[in-house]
Design a protein around this ligand. Structure first.
Ligand code: DAU
Length: 343
């Protein structure tokens, strides 16, 4: 029996991965997808409820750094391309222990590249089949008030997480220069939207506010992030995977730079409108009163901002979801999730 041709997605049970898997299977009704995910604390098969039953979707639980698991995948499927999302992604966790980050983000990327090189090399399709590495704007380091990172900005990662992502990027690029593998890389700014893990800033704000607990803001809250709606990021990935130039990197930004405090105020104000009766329980006038400044993250990057002219000009992508609509959807999604938990 001939093997199914399938796109391999790693880390497809995570936040960005699950949003991509769902959109891919909807957009391409004739294509199959295999999702390799270890199901760490950050992955959840419920994130894939829209596709779990599809016969074009194949789930494999396993570690991207496990050579046996990865080479079996190449034996079981005819892998037509790879989008590599799987990563340990939380900066605070990497500061406490970098080992899982080195294993998954660096070794895992290396294992995947090697397996693809061998399989695609033997089939003489190394220059045709695509390897897309999903990376982050954090590889470029930290900005002060002015300027933006371009694709030419030298890497200057400043925490263990971003150091492992920069290392993985270099490894991916080396497979292009050494073997001519058809790689592309993308570096996006901070994502937000449904299904993000609770550990990240926006889910933390909403979860803490709804529980009427202190909302922890690191340092003075003046660090700046650029917020990109996850659905827009998935569309960018689809453009880059299918139409990006081999060996190239693409920055993907949201064009929504906010200080952490501005963002927190905005979400609190939305919750004031959506959940006013909760405030009376603690005789609060606004969820803003729960904001609590806590000890800063060590080496906290001040500001990230990417210049994404290249993807806009070359591939015609631009974000479609406004900050207002994106945050409205996101707040509604978390409020519904919270209400289900309480039931
Ligand atoms: C969890 C948490 C975070 N923060 C601050 C730290 C940051 O300045 C900002 C956002 O924090 P996080 O949600 O952890 O995200 P950040 O460190 O920017 O990194 C995210 O964005 C990156 C892309 O820029 C991704 O590569 C990372 O995987 C992703 O985690 O909020 C707080 O003030 N309080 C909190 O409780």
């Amino acid at each position: 029996m001939s093997k199914s041709k399938a796109l391999l997605v790693t880390g497809g049970a995570g936040f960005i991965g699950s949003n991509y898997v769902t959109s891919f299977l909807k957009k391409y009704p004739d294509r199959e997808l295999v999702n390799l995910d270890k199901l760490t604390y950050a992955g959840n098969v419920d994130n894939l409820s829209a596709v779990n039953e599809s016969d074009r979707y194949h789930f494999v639980q396993g570690d991207v750094a496990d050579e046996a698991v990865v080479s079996k995948l190449f034996r079981d499927f005819d892998i037509e391309g790879i989008i590599h999302f799987a990563a340990e992604s939380h900066v605070d966790k990497s500061i406490l222990n970098s080992n899982p980050f080195i294993l998954t983000n660096v070794l895992g990327t290396g294992v995947l590249l090697e397996a693809a090189r061998k399989d695609w090399g033997a089939k003489e399709v190394l220059k045709e089949r695509r390897f897309h590495h999903i990376s982050t704007d954090e590889v470029y380091g930290s900005l002060e008030a002015e300027g933006k990172f371009t694709e030419q900005t030298p890497y200057n990662p400043r925490n263990p997480y971003s150091a492992t992502k920069a290392a993985a990027n270099m490894l991916v690029k080396s497979y292009y220069t050494t073997y001519g593998m058809n790689v592309v890389l993308s570096s996006s700014s901070n994502n937000y939207g449904p299904r993000q893990h609770d550990e990240k800033l926006i889910p933390t704000i909403i979860r803490k506010a709804l529980a009427l607990e202190p909302i922890p803001i690191y340092g003075d809250g003046m660090n700046i992030r650029d917020w990109l709606y996850v659905g827009d990021h998935c569309q960018a990935i689809d453009h880059i995977f299918h139409h990006g130039e081999a060996g190239e990197s693409y920055n993907v930004g949201g064009g929504n730079e906010r200080t952490n405090l501005e963002l927190t105020h905005y979400i609190c104000d939305q919750l004031d409108r959506v959940k006013p009766h909760l405030l009376t329980e603690k005789t609060l006038r606004s969820f803003r009163e729960l904001i609590t400044f806590v000890e800063d993250r060590p080496g906290h990057d001040k500001r990230y901002a990417v210049d994404d002219t290249k993807i806009r000009r070359q591939l015609g992508w631009s974000p479609q979801v406004s900050y207002i609509d994106g945050l409205k959807n996101t707040v509604e999604w978390y409020v519904t999730k919270w209400e289900e938990v309480l039931q």
